[in-house]
Design a protein around this ligand. Structure first.
Ligand code: IPM
Ligand code: MG
Length: 399
């Protein structure tokens, strides 16, 4: 192929991508309403165990959920439903990131609790399919990836609003080799896409009496897409005059998160997809590692709750899966409960998790056979939830 042909081919490829993205912009502009969970009966919680340690830690989260929702489940207000077909073996056999049937089953649920799913990468034993996580976020239009990180004794109380359907991710499997030597990927930011995530972040701040929202970009270098994200954030900020708005470049923000004097001042942080991916792993590390962090993927119609870490196949290979920390999935379950309106149950479970995982620490996981198992930790959490003086116990640890 000569150069002219290569460029023509690239143009055709690019044109198709643009058509799909313009369609997505139109759909976002048309908008839809947020679901009202109080009107649903039953609220169906789909459960995806995932790969590697996923089924082990998900099982513990389900046990605790069944415990705190026992009454609602008996009454028929809530139903938990297993969603099969999404393990890496099943995705590889179907040669699809999200096999048809599994997607249909997901769409029959209202919210989803999902264990980590293995993402194939070039050179491993799986076909190089798109990440099922990324695909699910896109197919269910879960545009907000909400990731809280709290370390009370260090004064850290952050909540990240990571854009979840655009950036480098949306066309991450649609890059193009123009020639063998020239690889091109695409980064997408749209006005309605940026606007909806920034607005959600500001609305959260407003509802929770938080006085500061910070945006993160690299708009000094990535001028067009990050420039649009930043410009949109500034415009939306004008609708919230009582909330301070500031913006940071991602490199210095990565540094500020380790600055003990300054980092306490950050509250709500809103950012495009890839920067959100990176900074939330960094942030979770202060809380005790990615194993302790839960994550909510919120859309108007569906929502999915998950751990922020991967499936840790090595732990399974080494026979350590039972020792995997279920805290991430338990935190994700707290977010799920709150999202569907069971605030009281969510608060109790969250207090118990703080006590068990951060303060009292009577059952400690090490990821190895010397430490506790995930099941022992979940038992400890349920016992703590049951405790009649849960709230005063929790308060005694607050400074
Ligand atoms: C996350 C994960 C995913 C992501 C991977 C598994 C595709 O790192 O949820 O942060 O990059 O979003
Ligand atoms: Mg990540």
């Amino acid at each position: 192929m000569n150069q002219i042909e290569a460029i023509e081919k690239a143009k055709d490829h690019f044109a198709k991508l643009l058509e799909a993205q313009l369609l997505r912009v139109d759909q976002m502009k048309a908008g839809e309403d947020w679901v009202d969970y109080s009107k649903l009966e039953p609220i169906i919680i789909g459960v995806v165990g995932g790969d590697g340690i996923g089924p082990y830690i998900t099982k513990e989260a389900v046990r605790v959920l069944e415990y705190v929702l026992a009454e609602e489940i008996t009454r028929g207000k809530v139903k938990l439903q297993d969603i099969p077909g999404l393990t890496i073996e099943e995705r590889a056999a179907a040669m699809k990131a999200l096999p048809e049937e599994a997607l249909l089953a997901l769409k029959k649920c209202h919210v989803i609790l999902k264990g980590p799913l293995t993402t194939p990468k070039k050179g491993d034993k799986w076909p190089n399919l798109e990440s099922a996580n990324v695909s699910m976020r896109r197919e269910l239009d879960l545009f907000a990836n909400v990731r809280p990180v709290k370390v009370p004794e260090k004064g850290i109380d952050w909540i990240f609003y990571r854009e979840n359907t655009e950036g480098e991710y949306v066309l991450g499997s649609k890059g193009f080799l123009v020639t063998d030597d020239l690889a091109v990927d695409f980064k997408i930011i749209t006005t309605p896409g940026a606007e909806r995530i920034v607005r959600l972040a500001f609305e959260y701040a407003k509802k929770n009496g938080i006085k500061r929202v910070s945006a993160v970009t690299k708009a000094n270098v990535i001028k067009t897409t990050d420039g649009k994200f930043l410009e949109t954030a500034r415009r939306v900020a004008r609708d919230y005059p009582d909330i301070q708005f500031d913006d940071w470049f991602v490199d210095i923000m990565a540094a500020k998160l380790v600055d003990e004097k300054r980092r306490k001042d950050f509250k709500v942080i809103v950012l495009p997809n890839l920067y959100g991916d990176i900074l939330t792993d960094e942030a979770a590390e202060f809380q005790g590692g990615v194993g302790t962090a839960g994550s909510a993927n919120i859309g108007k119609r569906y929502a999915m709750f998950e751990a922020i870490h991967g499936s840790a196949p090595r732990m399974v290979d080494e026979g350590r899966a039972a020792y995997a920390d279920p805290a991430s999935m338990l935190r994700a379950s707290v977010m799920l409960l709150r999202h569907i309106g069971f605030v009281e149950a969510a608060n109790r479970m969250e207090m118990a998790l703080d006590i068990c995982g951060q303060f009292e620490k009577k059952v400690v996981l090490t990821g190895r056979s010397g430490g506790a198992t995930g099941t022992q930790f979940a038992d400890y959490v349920m016992e703590t939830i049951k405790s009649p003086n849960l709230e005063s116990r929790w308060k005694s640890y607050q400074r």
